[in-house]
Design a binder for this molecule. Structure first.
Ligand code: SF4
Length: 316
């Protein structure tokens, strides 16, 4: 525990346990499908180092068990290394979602610490097809760093984003396997940011489970149900304590909108929170239906984005 809050732990009560720390909109790449339109011109936003440290302290006190560093390219954030180290210090596990274009030696050192995992997007075994997605010659660097991560024993997963017309999914999967990556998911381009083709964001394109056991915090401190639903801001950590935002009315309302849009308003069975009655969030009317899955998966095994079948993992 830290001295920053006096909140009750959320671990066995209602509230997210996974936070996406969406650090920045800056990225070396400029992918055609990027769901939050990051790129070389992006900024690190208004969150200070102290703001992010405070978020991590509050998250730990609130019973958050996992964070994912994402962006943009999170390793480009000037405080990334310190924030990752602080995450481990307060007892939270971290996954770093990186494009793996460039990884500094000090970053490699930290990535090898227990409790840290890596994730990346890999678009094709064909350099030309991959680079057409990233709009920069990046395939060779990313591939080499995937191989290095595996050699160093860093838990590693990769997502193949199937762009319209992509032809090499199975070959790409085999290529990743040849590098030693066994946790491989395939996702489609999400209709957000540059992937939206200019359309306004639509909650119907979300997986329907955002905000249920997870939330994201953006470079401006805005909290949203997930990294795809950033237009549904439910509070700002620069203005209010994290636990009040996560358990607040705005978050519950955003969740209800998402469930309705996904046609899941009756599907409020707390798959990952079997001890919660009524189910999280406090949706009214909302009656948990059926028995809890057996075995129950209290550690977000079903929906934590470290799992390839996860429909809500960021495919970027
Ligand atoms: S999709 Fe990822 S790697 Fe590509 S521009 Fe966006 S943040 Fe950067």
């Amino acid at each position: 525990m830290t001295a920053t809050t006096e909140v009750k732990p959320l671990l066995n009560a209602k509230g997210p346990r996974l936070l996406w720390l969406d650090l920045t909109r800056k990225c070396q790449l400029n992918c055609i499908h990027c769901y939050n339109a990051s790129g070389p011109q992006g900024t690190h936003g208004t969150m200070s180092r102290e703001n992010w440290i405070s978020v991590l302290d509050q998250a730990s006190d609130a019973g958050i068990t996992h964070v994912q560093f994402i962006g943009g390219e999170p390793t480009l954030h000037p405080d990334f290394l310190e924030l990752l180290e602080h995450t481990l210090t307060v007892g939270i596990q971290a996954e770093v979602f990186s494009n793996l274009v460039h990884v500094s030696e000090s970053c490699w050192e930290l990535l090898q610490r227990p409790g840290v995992a890596l994730a990346t997007s890999y678009y094709s075994d064909q350099a030309g097809e991959h680079d057409a997605m990233t709009r920069r010659r990046s395939h060779a660097r990313t591939r080499a760093n995937i191989a290095r991560a595996v050699r160093l024993g860093i838990p590693m997963r990769a997502g193949i984003i199937a762009a319209s017309g992509a032809r090499h999914i199975e070959e790409t999967r085999r290529d990743l396997g040849s590098l030693g990556v066994t946790r491989v998911g395939v996702d489609r381009v999400r209709e957000f940011g540059r992937g939206s083709g200019g359309e306004a964001p639509d909650a119907a394109n979300l997986c329907g489970r955002c905000g249920d056991g997870r939330a994201s915090i953006g470079p401006d401190g805005r909290v949203a149900p997930c990294v795809f639903s950033t237009w549904m801001g439910v509070g700002n950590v620069q203005l209010a304590p994290l636990h009040l935002i996560l358990t607040g009315v705005a978050m519950a309302e955003a969740n209800a909108v998402i469930r309705r849009a996904a046609g899941k308003e009756d599907d409020c069975q707390p798959r990952c929170y079997p001890n919660q009655t009524p189910c999280y969030p406090a949706q009214t009317p909302c009656t948990p239906k059926g028995d809890f899955p057996t075995p129950c998966q209290p550690d977000l095994a079903e929906c934590y984005p470290g799992f390839p079948s996860d429909p809500c993992g960021p495919g970027r």
